[in-house]
Design a protein around this ligand. Sequence first.
Ligand code: ADP
Ligand code: ASP
Ligand code: MG
Length: 445
Amino acid sequence: MHFIFNTVKVLKFGGTSVGSAERMKNLVQLIGSEEPKIVVLSAMSGTTNALVDIAQALYNKENDKAKQLTDALEKKYGSVVAELYSRKDSLNKGRELIKNHFGFIRSFTLDLFTANEEKEILAQGELLSTALEHFYLEELGIGSVLLPALNFMRIDANEEPDLEFIEENLKAELAKHPGKKLFITQGYICRNAFGEIDNLKRGGSDYTATLIGAALLSEEIQIWTDIDGMHNNDPRIVDKTFPVTELTFDEAAELAYFGAKILHPTCVLPAQKRKIPVRLLNTMQPEAKGTLISEHAAGDRITAVAAKDGITAINIRSGRMLLAYGFLRNVFEVFERYKTPIDMITTSEVAVSLTVDNDRNLDAILKELAGFGSVEIDRSQTIICIVGNFTAEKQGVAVKIFDALKNIPIRMISYGGSENNVSVLVDTKDKKDALVALNKGLFNL
Ligand code: ADP
Ligand code: ASP
Ligand code: MG
């Protein structure tokens, strides 16, 4: 009999948490105990970036560069294996594994390199880390099962996860191993609607974990990383920040979507849909409380601030907008046709401004928009998102935010769309000043 799904915990360990042989060994303490678990691993830190570089070199037909990068990465894995295992048979297995995966990476011919092949290369990092950890657990006599994510993790034709497929196939995969309690699987990688190897975009291992947690209605999803939870501001940019101990799903979803890198932009949604609590924990400091994300609504407060770069603002000015119903629909339809989501929008009598973060089809979009009026764009913009529960305190919140930002030029404001979010658009060069000012004005830091 296999375990009852809703008593299972899903534990995801990010790149730094499996970033060296020593860290891989340390995971054993964190995985611990007898409870049923599914452990989701990212690639070792630096690996996916290195694979991206290898693929880029292959695209550019830079054969020597691709070879050099591949050799360097293989060498790194050679030393990990040498340090990780002490038994001869595990060492041999590790070496064989590396040989196979790097042989595969080298097998791509230069003249045939396509987007599909790139995705196959990008998948190697998670395949390596999970197998290496699995062999290590085997060496210690801890029975674990290596669960192939490519057999159950799937996105549909719109690149959205197919939760029904995932649920059915994950359960079928688990049922193949009656009596087993510890499963290791790859984050990030999946198959697409055509059955090809694909991925859940950068940072996607978080998404794998929440999709598995949601599919099994698991007890809890733990995201183990290199910081003690969601901080009130971006710790990469602002000096003084502190961990927020509790977040609602809505707050966490907004922060992740608007740039808090600790979580993949859409990974909160599956957990929220099925009400599975998510805990953010620190592998380097396992006793720290971290952040609990759940339905539990905290009182009125400003929770945290996040920033999302790479935003393009588009302004459409049109005399015809005056009194013209249907104008906005026409504008939105252009973005819909090109599957480009809009993040912020403001309107006036004669113009509409909106922002996008995906400029894949921007040229085509701008061409169509030109039919509605004069169009201007500003690149290198940043959305700063202030998140919290503003139900009762709205007025006070707005005053605090705009007072804090009084010296920062603001390009757009989105206020009142939800009780959880106030967003402002600034030039990316003003981002740091804005985040520091908000840290001072909203958190007294
Ligand atoms: P992992 O490899 O474990 O997935 P990530 O690098 O993706 O780790 O995410 C953790 C990092 O997110 C932290 O080291 C931190 O620099 C960054 N980060 C950005 N914004 C926040 C925030 N608001 N709170 C915590 N960490 C954040
Ligand atoms: N390895 C992938 C990345 O670097 C996925 C992840 O770490 O979540 O983006
Ligand atoms: Mg991450």
